[in-house]
Design a protein around this ligand. Structure first.
Ligand code: 3PG
Length: 213
């Protein structure tokens, strides 16, 4: 999938569930629950051994799902994620090696930034859609507003502490492309197999998004 297509999918959805899966089945079940709730983008982190295999399975068996890899910490991990079928790569920070791998493969990359200097570095690398991480801890909505006045061409995907309580405030910002959140893929719900609640959360978040359109 071209980089621009997966970025567009995330920006249209305006939501990016962030999952830590302990098995391939958890990942596939989550993808199905999200899709039933109206969400067809998913970031599966590489924090567990199952992450990579879940990305591979979802990308091959759920073609409607735009699945990417999260918590990508090295260029090597980015290579592995792309080989597994990740259509986008998310990193908590900005690493030129990771960006280079993604650019070489034509895969979208969302590096994490939280300071103006990091935004400048990302712009220099040719990127203008960036993860803002950790969003709440780095000043949340107020910081994004301040960044918008100097970086008019940059959109952010705030992640870290985004919940139903503050989602609408983030989505109201013109420089927010989408919001990342583990609320939409909560580990306890995955463990308990509570797919109905995951579907309900997805649907509720989509309703919040619709209210901003
Ligand atoms: C991430 O992996 O991007 C964040 O840890 C997700 O943050 P949250 O758990 O506060 O949503």
């Amino acid at each position: 999938m071209p980089a621009a297509t997966s970025i567009a999918a995330i920006a249209i959805q305006r939501l990016l569930p962030v999952a830590v899966v302990e098995s391939v089945n958890q990942g596939v079940d989550l993808a199905d629950a999200l899709a039933r709730g109206g969400i067809t983008v998913l970031e599966v982190t590489l924090r567990t051994d199952a992450g990579l295999a879940a990305i591979a399975e979802i990308s091959s068996s759920r073609p409607e799902m735009v699945v990417g890899a999260g918590t990508v910490l090295t260029a090597k991990a980015a290579e592995r994620a792309i080989a597994a079928g990740a259509t986008f790569v998310v990193s908590p920070g900005l690493d030129a090696g990771i960006v280079q791998v993604c650019v070489t493969h034509g895969v979208a990359v969302l590096p994490g930034v939280c300071t103006p200097s990091e935004v400048l570095q990302a712009l220099r690398l040719g990127l203008s859609v960036l993860k803002f991480f950790p969003a709440e801890q780095m000043g949340g909505v107020a910081t994004l507003k301040a960044l918008s006045s100097v970086f008019a061409e940059v959109s952010f995907v705030p992640t870290g502490g985004v919940t139903p309580a503050n989602l609408a405030a983030y989505l109201a910002l013109t420089n927010v492309a989408a919001c990342g959140s583990s609320w939409l893929a909560e580990t306890a719900l995955l463990r308990a197999g509570d797919l109905d609640e995951l579907e309900r959360r997805a649907r509720a978040a989509c309703i919040q998004v619709e209210a901003t359109r």
